[in-house]
Design a protein around this ligand. Structure first.
Ligand code: SDX
Length: 422
């Protein structure tokens, strides 16, 4: 199976086939327009491969997710997020020496320039932290020049400083003093310490919270060519620097259909709780085409089976809430929604299952994180994936600027008639 054939207006065209490591088949239409004058048409890119990538593999039918070949279930069981960052970006697990240097670098570069603190002063107290995060990440480019020789250092700076920026934005929003990073803590504990410690008293991050956040960050670390990662590649393909490219990914992630869904899920569950917990009413609303209501946290462009991350998070939600002694009615509502939809023809027919965003917010909430910070947590986790994908795009020998075509449906040529002659 080396060629695909297309017949258009009586003429036959042949195109080479590209086959992936796991047997996926792609039709290379690189010569389509020059040979036939036609283009493909695929709004939403559901059937379009934008690149070759060796970072993450997803099988949506089987509910499989692997980072650099390692099943997510194995990576989520005991690895540290910083090690997964190394794996995604460098393509292999670090040696003990590499890991030690990696962790040292991430600690050493976790501070932001003191002048950057002034940026926070310009935001209103209720500024959404995703707006702050995207602009602060873009602003890192004003401190750290975009030189090829500095790429590795800038990548570490970005990974190390993002948690500081996120925690500082939270402290600013509640009018508390910034808590600076500490080199003796893990990545997740350091973030939680910066979020919840106050200068007046020592704060020890409970192990259950460190482990829960470490798991959440690993599960969000990459997900092949999703909307925000494709945005990072799109922006980076113009030659834009790492910080500008990642800042654009943060903006894309913010959307409620993408990373913003974890905040929307909690708001939906709270709405159901406040409406007497009548989840059947909301399942019916989601099925009613005349309503624009959707069950947030359900459905996925790729997964037509359970999102493996949702399966892990559903169990983690039980474990974390039990260990914290938290009894959250939203978890029961979520479980009831899942149970009902699994038996409902509307959802079965459309293969709508809980996705990564469905249970994550319940854990963040139990950890004491404010709802507005949930998508920031998604961005923290996705940072290594965005960096790895940007690096892979930049290292692609045949890399070109991304520039899709269109089908024009506007007015045909017409002459302009100045007003006085009308
Ligand atoms: C993430 O791409 C990634 O990998 C993303 C992500 C990652 O790690 O980067 O996994 C993270 O973004 C997860 C998705 C989070 N978003 C949500 O939970 C929002 C709710 N879900 C949907 O809006 C939707 O399912 C999407 C956006 C996730 C996928 O949209 P698609 O693939 O364009 O599917 P669609 O909108 O065309 O829906 C197909 C059908 C439609 O019904 P019909 O027109 O066929 O009758 O399913 C219905 C939709 O109405 N449908 C839903 C639904 N999602 C789809 N109906 C009710 N509730 C829903 N949640």
């Amino acid at each position: 199976m080396k060629q695909a054939k297309l017949t258009l207006e009586g003429k036959e065209y042949e195109f080479p086939i590209v086959i992936g490591t796991e047997g996926e088949v792609g039709i290379d239409i690189g010569a389509l327009r020059q040979n036939s004058g036609a283009i493909t048409f695929d709004p939403g890119y559901g059937n379009t491969g934008s690149c070759r990538s060796a970072i993450t593999f997803i099988d949506g039918e089987q509910g499989i997710l692997r980072y650099r070949g390692y099943p997510i279930e194995e990576l989520a069981n005991g690895m540290r997020f910083t090690d997964v960052c190394y794996l995604l970006i460098h393509g292999h697990l670090p040696s003990p020496e590499q890991l030690s240097e990696w962790r040292h670098q991430l600690n050493h570069h976790s501070l932001i320039h003191e002048d950057m603190k002034k940026f926070f002063e310009g935001y209103p107290p209720n500024a959404h932290p995703m707006a702050i995060l995207s602009s602060m990440i873009g602003s890192l480019a004003t401190y750290y020049p975009d030189e090829e020789a500095l790429f590795d250092l800038n990548m570490i700076r970005l990974l190390a400083k993002t948690k500081t920026i996120a925690a500082f934005s939270y402290k600013k929003s509640i009018g508390q003093a910034y808590v600076y990073p500490r080199n003796d803590l893990t990545y997740s504990s350091d973030f939680l310490h910066m979020m919840f410690a106050v200068p007046a008293e020592p704060y020890g991050v409970p192990k259950v919270l460190d482990n829960a956040l470490n798991l959440l960050l690993i599960l969000h670390a990459d997900h092949e060519q999703n909307c925000s990662t494709s945005t990072v590649r799109m922006v980076g393909s113009s030659g834009a620097n790492l910080f500008a490219s990642i800042a654009s990914g943060v903006c894309a992630l913010w959307g409620p259909l993408h990373g913003g869904a974890n905040q929307e899920v909690i708001q939906m569950l709270e709405q159901i709780r406040d409406d007497g917990g009548d989840y059947n009413k909301y399942v019916d609303l989601a099925k009613d085409k005349t309503s624009d209501f959707r069950l947030m946290g359900f459905g996925h462009r790729v997964y037509k089976n359970f999102d493996p991350r949702a399966l892990i998070l559903k169990k983690a939600a039980d474990d974390v809430l039990n260990e914290l002694g938290v009894n959250d009615p939203l978890l029961e509502i979520a479980k009831n929604l899942e149970e009902i939809t699994l038996k409902d023809e509307f959802f079965i027919e459309r293969k709508l299952y809980p996705n990564v965003d469905f249970y994550s917010g319940i854990i963040y909430r139990a950890m004491g994180l404010p709802t507005e910070m949930f998508t920031v947590m998604f961005a923290l986790g996705r940072m290594p994936g965005w960096i790895a994908q940007w690096k892979e795009m930049r290292e692609e020998p045949s890399g070109r600027i991304n520039r899709p075509r269109q089908i024009y449906v506007g007015e045909q040529k017409r002459s302009y008639v100045p007003v006085k002659e009308r």
